[in-house]
Design a protein around this ligand. Structure first.
Ligand code: ADP
Length: 531
C-alpha cells in the first residue's frame, strides 16, 4: 500500500469516527459504537465496528448482551435498555465517574437502527446516563424528527462506507499489482508509463522511478521474433485502444542492460464513460524458459538423429561392402579387420547412446536403483584408467591417489559410469593435448575425485548448463565431436543420488577439471539413497 493509500484510509476512518461521535452526542451518549451491516457495503467482509470513546475489550460483552435483547428495526428504530448489573462489572474499563462510582452502573443502552432507501447501514449503540433523553425522543417532538436524524446520519455513513470500500478495493488491486508474478505496466492515453510493478522491475532491470512518464515503447524497445524493430503501428496497447484484442503476443523486449528476452504480452484498455481510451494495461510474461525448452527439444531431435544416423550409415556401408560376393577376394586381411573393427566400434557407439537415453528416461521417471556398498575408489580408478589407456593410444593419464584413501559408500557400477563418462569427455574435448590427470583427496566427510584435462575448456556462462539434459556447448569443435549431451546429466544424477556433488572449474582454451564428491564410508548415513 502506498503512503497516500494509508493516508486515505486513515482519513476515512477518522471521518467515520467523527460522524459516529456526533451521532452519539446527539443522542446524549458519551460512549458508543456503530456495527456496520455487512451487506451495506461489502457482503464478503466480516463485521466491522466504529468505536467512539468505547474500550475495545468491552466490545464483545456489549454486543453479546445487546444482541440477546430487543433489536431496533425500521419499524421501531430506537430501543432503550437498562444495562444489566452483570454486564456493568465487565464494562468497568470505561472508568469511574467524578463521584468515584463506575459510570456503567447508572447507564443505559440506546440503540438506533440506521438505514436509507438503499437498505440497512447498521446499528448505532450509545451508552448514556440512565433516563437521559435527547431532543429526538421527547414526547413533544414528532417521530418524523427521529427519522430525519436517521436519514442525515445514514447519508453521511453511506458515503463514508462507500469511500472506505473503494479504498479497500484499491488496496486489493494494489496488492495484486505489487505481488503479481507477471510484469504489469500501465500507460496514459499518450502511452506514457504511469505504473510499473515489481515483477516488471525484475524483468527489465529498470526501477519504476526511472521509467515513470516515459514512452513505454522507448523503455521496452520491442522487436518481433526475428529481431526486427516493431513500429508504433504494431504497439499492442494502441491496438487495444483501437478495439483489437492482443492476447499472448510473442515478442522480444530489451532489459536495461540491453539483453533481449522473449515475452508474451497481453494488452487491454480502460475507457471513459464516453468510450474513449484513458489507460492502457500491458501484461508481460517472460517465456525465455519455454523458448529454451523448445530449442532444447529441437536440438535433441537433431542431435539424436545425427548420433543415430552416423553409426548406422557407417555400419551399413561396411556391411554392404563385406556382403559383396567378391569382398573376400578384393580385401586383404588387414582391410577386412579394419572394417570389422569399425562396425564393432559404431555398434558400441549406438549401444552407448541407446543406453544413455534409457538411463536418462529412468532418471526422469525416478526409477533408478542403487546397490550401495563400501567401495575402494583407488582400485576402481586403476581399472577404469587402464581400460582407457588400452583403447586410446596417445593418451597419457597421471593418477594421484593418496595411500590409505578412505573407502566410500557407493554403487560400484554407477560410479564406474561416472568415471568413464568424465574420462571419455576429457579425451574427446582435448583434441591436441591428451594429458589427463585423476586425483583423489579425502575431506572430513567426503572423498573428492577430480579429472583434469588441458583441452578446449568451457566458457563461464556454459559451466552450469552443461549438466542439463541434451545441453552441448555450441562451438564448432563440439559440433563435430560425437555426443548427445547426456553424459554429464547422468553423472550429476548418479552423484547426487549418493548424496554427493559434481562441479566443473574450467578456463576456455586451457582445460577443465571436473570433480565429484562421495560420502566416506564411516560418515555415510544408512540406508543410502534409492531413486
Ligand atoms: P556429450 O555427449 O555431448 O559429450 P556431456 O553431457 O558429456 O555430453 O557433455 C555436455 C557438453 O559439455 C559437451 O557437449 C561439451 O560441450 C561440454 N564438455 C563436457 N566435458 C568437457 C570437457 N572435458 N572439456 C570441454 N567441454 C566439455
Amino acid at each position: 500500500m502506498s503512503w497516500s493509500q494509508v493516508q486515505q484510509s486513515e482519513d476515512l476512518s477518522g471521518q467515520l469516527t467523527i460522524l459516529i461521535g456526533s451521532a452519539v452526542r446527539l443522542l446524549c451518549g458519551e460512549h458508543g459504537l456503530f456495527v456496520v451491516a455487512n451487506e451495506a457495503f461489502d457482503p464478503h467482509s466480516s463485521s466491522e465496528y466504529v468505536l467512539y470513546h468505547f474500550p475495545e475489550n468491552a466490545l464483545s460483552a456489549l454486543l453479546e448482551w445487546a444482541q440477546a435483547g430487543a433489536q431496533p428495526n425500521s419499524q421501531r428504530p430506537l430501543v432503550i435498555d437498562a444495562v444489566l448489573p452483570a454486564l456493568v462489572t465487565r464494562l468497568t474499563s470505561i472508568g469511574p465517574d467524578s463521584n468515584g462510582s463506575h459510570v456503567f452502573k447508572r447507564f443505559e443502552r440506546c440503540s438506533l437502527f440506521l438505514y436509507d432507501p438503499i437498505g440497512p447501514l447498521g446499528i448505532l449503540h450509545c451508552m448514556r446516563p440512565a433516563n437521559m433523553r435527547s431532543c429526538f425522543e421527547k414526547g413533544d417532538i414528532p417521530d418524523g424528527t427521529l427519522r430525519l436524524l436517521i436519514a442525515q446520519i445514514a447519508s453521511g455513513l453511506r458515503f463514508a462506507l462507500k469511500a472506505q470500500s473503494l479504498v479497500q478495493e484499491q488496496e486489493r488491486l494494489a496488492a495484486i499489482f505489487q505481488h503479481s508474478a507477471e510484469g504489469i505496466l500501465t500507460v496514459d492515453n499518450a502511452l506514457r508509463i504511469i505504473d510499473f510493478n515489481p515483477a516488471m522491475e525484475r524483468l527489465t532491470g529498470w526501477h519504476e522511478s526511472e521509467v515513470l512518464g516515459r514512452f513505454y515503447f522507448e523503455v521496452l524497445r520491442p522487436k518481433d521474433r526475428m529481431g526486427n524493430d516493431l513500429g508504433l503501428e504494431d504497439s499492442p496497447i494502441l491496438q487495444a485502444f483501437a478495439g483489437q484484442p492482443v492476447i499472448n503476443r510473442e515478442m522480444l523486449i530489451s532489459a536495461r542492460d540491453g539483453q533481449r528476452f522473449n515475452v508474451a504480452v497481453t494488452a487491454s484498455c480502460v475507457r471513459s464513460s464516453k468510450g474513449e481510451p484513458t489507460n492502457g494495461i500491458l501484461n508481460v510474461r517472460d517465456i525465455t524458459r519455454e523458448r529454451q525448452q523448445e530449442e532444447q527439444r529441437s536440438t535433441f531431435i537433431s542431435v539424436i538423429s545425427h548420433e543415430l544416423q552416423t553409426p548406422i550409415a557407417i555400419i551399413k556401408g561396411y556391411a554392404s561392402t563385406l556382403a559383396r560376393s567378391d569382398a573376400q577376394a578384393q580385401l586383404n586381411p588387414n582391410a577386412l579387420h579394419r572394417r570389422l573393427t569399425a562396425i564393432e566400434e559404431e555398434a558400441d557407439r549406438l549401444n552407448k547412446l541407446v543406453g544413455n537415453l534409457l538411463y536418462a528416461s529412468r532418471i526422469q521417471a525416478g526409477g533408478l536403483h542403487m546397490d550401495i556398498a563400501p567401495l575402494d575408489l583407488a582400485n576402481l580408478i586403476t581399472v577404469v584408467t587402464q581400460r582407457l589407456l588400452a583403447k586410446s593410444p596417445g593418451v597419457e593419464v597421471a593418477v594421484d591417489i593418496p595411500p590409505n584413501l578412505s573407502t566410500v559408500m557407493a554403487d560400484r557400477d554407477r560410479i564406474e559410469e561416472v568415471l568413464q563418462n568424465l574420462l571419455d569427455n576429457a579425451v574427446k574435448y582435448s583434441p591436441r593435448q591428451r594429458m589427463i590427470s585423476v586425483a583423489c583427496r579425502a575431506t572430513g566427510d567426503e572423498v573428492i575425485v577430480s579429472i583434469s584435462d588441458t583441452g578446449m575448456g568451457i566458457a563461464l556462462r556454459e559451466q552450469e548448463q552443461i549438466f542439463d539434459r541434451f545441453h552441448r556447448v555450441g562451438d564448432a569443435m563440439t559440433q563435430v565431436t560425437p555426443g548427445a549431451g547426456l553424459g554429464l546429466y547422468i553423472c550429476r544424477a548418479i552423484v547426487e543420488a549418493h548424496g554427493g556433488h559434481i562441479w566443473v572449474e574450467s578456463t576456455l582454451h586451457q582445460g577443465s577439471t571436473f570433480s565429484f564428491s562421495l560420502p566416506r564410508e564411516e560418515k555415510a548415513q544408512l540406508p543410502m539413497v534409492v531413486f
